[in-house]
Design a binder for this molecule. Structure first.
Ligand code: ADP
Ligand code: MG
Length: 351
């Protein structure tokens, strides 16, 4: 089956200039640096990683809100990086975005009805009467009432504003919605409601989501598959349950370790992650994660590990099992595993 959305080696590099007159380029921010993934019809691919790792830039690239420095994005097999204006408009009808900040993303001068009518007008969908009916339908879809149509954005709570943002994204009847941290700006008590709404809408409308989050706990509720991003790259991609059960990349393990586990005996058994995210202006040589990786060896500074078999790590088949649980017995390359494990432990001061 062909994917609904396919990103292949996409990159976004921003030149850094110094001086106002005759500015010189002194470096390049590698916000996204060679990312490939696909989203199937009706599924949710979650994209997770720390703040600054390139998630929003990826979101903008796949919707061609910004132009890529390299790579291709295909929607139903058609390369959207070369579409003309008319074709791009047709694509936008099918692929929409919900932004993180429901305060900033709504125009304060428009009523809800005007906000929701806008995409219908832009895409020439329906006439005055049918648009009015569609606005009411959209409000009901996202759990708002018909009388909300006449109100302005500032009259709503954060959760309600995000419902309006979702209704606007759905107005033209998309197949794909990119959700860029849609609940991160909301109160924790509201987050679950909006996540549940998104899941419900997915079931009813057959939507595919590229769901961006920095919080794995949220991802656990929404994702079918998960792609983990680090410093402009994807380091691991797996089916959700598989990823939570058996995280393979050291970075994925560290992210999972940051979620409090309900079973205290299982807490803290995954090697925690230290240090800060390095700058995408000057990423480490070789594997970008090596400066924070407890398992890093010489080769990691020299060679950039490709994403193979879902994991970008030179030692993906040799690391100790996730959770440092040896109860299942030792694998044939146990000596090497133990050496890695011991060294990691020494470095972390846990052995
Ligand atoms: P995330 O959404 O994961 O927090 P972003 O995609 O917003 O990350 O940003 C990734 C990196 O690219 C960050 O270091 C950010 O500062 C940088 N960046 C984003 N947009 C620009 C831009 N227009 N110019 C220069 N650097 C940018
Ligand atoms: Mg972001």
């Amino acid at each position: 089956m062909t994917a609904l959305l396919e990103a292949e080696g996409i990159a976004k590099h921003y030149p850094v200039r110094q001086g106002l007159i005759r500015a010189k380029t002194i470096g390049t921010v590698r916000a996204v640096d060679g990312v490939s993934f696909s989203v199937r019809k009706g599924e949710t691919l979650a994209l997770v990683g720390e703040s600054g790792c390139g998630k929003s830039t990826t979101a903008r690239l796949v919707l061609r809100l910004i132009e890529p420095s390299a790579g291709h994005v295909r929607f139903e097999g058609v390369d959207i990086t070369t579409l003309d204006r008319a074709a791009l408009r047709a694509f936008r009808r099918r692929a929409q975005i919900v932004f993180q900040d429901p305060y900033a993303s709504l125009n304060p001068r428009l009523t809800v009805a005007e906000t929701l009518r806008e995409p219908l007008e832009v895409h020439g969908i329906g006439d005055g009467r049918s648009r009015k009916a569609r606005v009411e339908e959209l409000l009901s879809l996202v759990g708002l009432a018909p009388y909300h149509a006449a109100r302005y954005g500032h009259e709503f709570s954060g959760g309600q504003r995000q419902r309006i943002g979702i209704a606007r994204a759905l107005a033209a009847g998309p197949d794909l919605v990119v959700c860029d941290e849609p609940v991160s700006a909301l109160d924790v008590s509201i987050q679950a409601q909006v996540v549940n709404l998104l899941r419900d809408l997915q079931r009813r409308l057959g939507l595919a989501y590229l769901f961006i989050a920095h919080d794995l706990a949220v991802v656990k509720h929404v994702a079918d598959r998960v792609a983990v991003m680090y410093l402009g790259r994807i380091v691991e991609v797996a089916e959700k349950n598989e990823l939570f059960r058996n995280p393979r990349h050291p970075y994925t393990r560290a992210l999972l370790a940051a979620i409090p586990h309900p079973d205290p005996t299982r807490r803290g058994r995954i090697v925690p992650l230290g240090g800060d995210l390095p700058s995408p202006l000057n990423p480490p040589s070789g594997c970008r994660f090596r400066t924070r990786c407890p398992f890093a060896q010489e080769i990691c500074a020299k060679e950039d590990p490709p994403l193979e078999d879902g994991v970008a790590c030179h030692f993906r088949d040799e690391l100790p099992p996730a959770g440092l649980d040896f109860s299942g017995g030792l694998a044939p390359n146990a000596a090497r595993r133990l050496a890695l494990f011991a060294e990691a432990g020494r470095r972390q001061g846990t052995l």
